[in-house]
Design a protein around this ligand. Structure first.
Ligand code: GLY
Ligand code: MN
Ligand code: MN
Length: 432
């Protein structure tokens, strides 16, 4: 059989398990109300290992035998007339390269057999209470066969310990998709800059983003878009997106599409009228310099927190220069007085999930960055009105966020095509 990225990943997980059985369910469909469901989204770990996008499916792996088994919905002409094509076990087995495939209705019965005499059960423990109960009950069924000489697994391990480490290092297939996701999202940010004018409502700009995502095959955003004009930009998770955009204010957009199961995550901040004011530019240049310092620190062998530390140093000095903070840079870092204006971290892993899986520390140390890791770099500055804060800077909220892959020699910024220098933004908006 030819190896696909998914069969190769299953083989690697089997290898990591060494012994035992893994049970990995996909996500359930979720009802919105009456007869409608939310758009279906698979479980990322399941999809990473299968490429199979139907609900009601479970992957079973047996180490030792190196066997891969899919349980999925049966063909059903009546349901397919209403809801569309479903593979059914036979076609799914062939198409997706499993050793065996069975109807999902046979899951409990088959699992009770397959679990017998397996020493370890790998499973995403605690991810879903219903599945937890089902799996523990199944294990009980196997345990009840003890007098026939069959033992139930006496160890249960969280399969995500192995799986999440695999997902943290993106393979070439994944990086290709992430480049496409990033490129579509860059197009959307450009479109938003070209479209934005005073008097529009935030949701009208959001509509432009969604239009650009969808027309390139990215049917859904990777997270709810933040389209925050003026003071709204100082609300970190602002998603109301229903305020009018005013002349003289900035617009912060944090938006990225999900494309073929992979997220992009971009923030740009630009003037609603196309021209930065002097005060806005002062703050913007500091955030941009902090981001440049952080990206420069995102190198193989440097540890996870180095980009954050690099951004903090630039921001702390900038906040002193702007009279937002007082004292020395070391003093500002030590006292954490910068947190009044920069209260989040500088990034997170990015992949199938926007805040992707993977540990940030190994034991108690920040982990070293390695080629294939993808992270965001997203410093910001959020200035709420307060005593002692220069009034000229009130309600300025700025974040600049890019998606960065660690490479063998440095890094690759996937989202460079979204303008972020003052000159490039003003030029794009002027010529729109
Ligand atoms: N858009 C979510 C984040 O930037 O983390
Ligand atoms: Mn982010
Ligand atoms: Mn973001």
């Amino acid at each position: 059989m030819t190896m696909t990225p998914h069969t190769e990943r299953r083989a690697r997980l089997l290898n990591g398990m060494q012994r035992g059985i893994a049970i990995i369910p996909t996500a359930p469909e979720v009802a919105r109300n009456a007869d409608t469901h939310y758009s279906y989204r698979h479980d990322s770990g399941f999809y990473y290992l299968t490429g199979f996008n139907e609900p009601e499916a479970v992957l079973v792996l047996i180490a030792g035998d190196n066997k891969t088994i899919l349980f999925c919905r049966e063909k059903n002409l009546e349901r397919e007339i209403w809801d569309g094509y479903r593979y059914g076990p036979e076609a799914a087995r062939e198409q997706f390269g499993f050793d065996e495939a069975y109807p999902i209705a046979q899951l409990d019965e088959k699992l009770a057999e397959l679990m017998g005499n397996q020493p370890v059960l790998f499973y995403p423990l605690g991810a879903d209470a219903d599945w937890d109960a089902r799996v523990v009950k199944l294990r009980g069924t196997v345990q009840a066969k003890v007098r026939s000489g069959i033992r139930a697994p006496d160890e249960i391990r969280d399969v995500r310990t192995l799986l999440n480490e695999m997902r943290l290092i993106k393979d070439d297939h994944e990086l290709d998709i992430m480049r496409q996701a990033a490129s579509i999202s860059c197009g959307a940010h450009r479109r938003a800059m070209q479209f934005t004018r005073p008097g529009q409502v935030e949701y009208q700009v959001e509509a432009e983003l969604l239009h650009e995502f969808c027309r390139h095959g990215a049917r859904h955003p990777a997270y709810t878009s933040i389209v925050a004009g003026g003071a709204n930009a100082c609300v970190l998770h602002y998603i109301a997106n229903d305020a009018a955009l005013r002349d003289g204010e900035l617009l912060l957009i944090d938006a990225g599409c999900e494309f073929t199961g992979y997220a992009s995550d971009i923030t740009r901040t630009f003037p609603v009228n196309g021209k930065f004011s002097a005060a806005q530019k002062d703050v913007y240049q500091i955030v941009l310099a902090a981001q440049a310092a952080a990206i420069a620190a995102a190198q193989p062998g440097r540890h996870w927190n180095e980009p954050h530390d690099a951004a903090l140093r630039v921001l702390a000095q900038g906040f002193i220069d702007l009279k937002l903070c007082q004292g020395s840079m070391d003093g500002v870092l030590e006292s954490e007085s910068y947190k009044q204006f920069y209260m989040h971290r500088t990034g997170h892993w990015l992949g199938m999930d926007v805040h992707d899986v993977g540990d940030y520390k190994i034991a108690s140390d920040w982990r070293p960055l390695q080629p294939g890791m993808v992270l965001t770099v997203e410093p910001g500055c959020y200035i709420r009105p307060a005593d002692g804060v220069p009034q000229a800077l009130w309600n300025i909220g700025i974040r600049i966020e890019d998606d960065v892959v660690i490479t063998a020699n440095g890094n690759e910024v996937l989202t460079e095509a979204a303008p972020k220098t003052v000159a490039d933004i003003e030029e794009l908006m002027r010529t729109a």
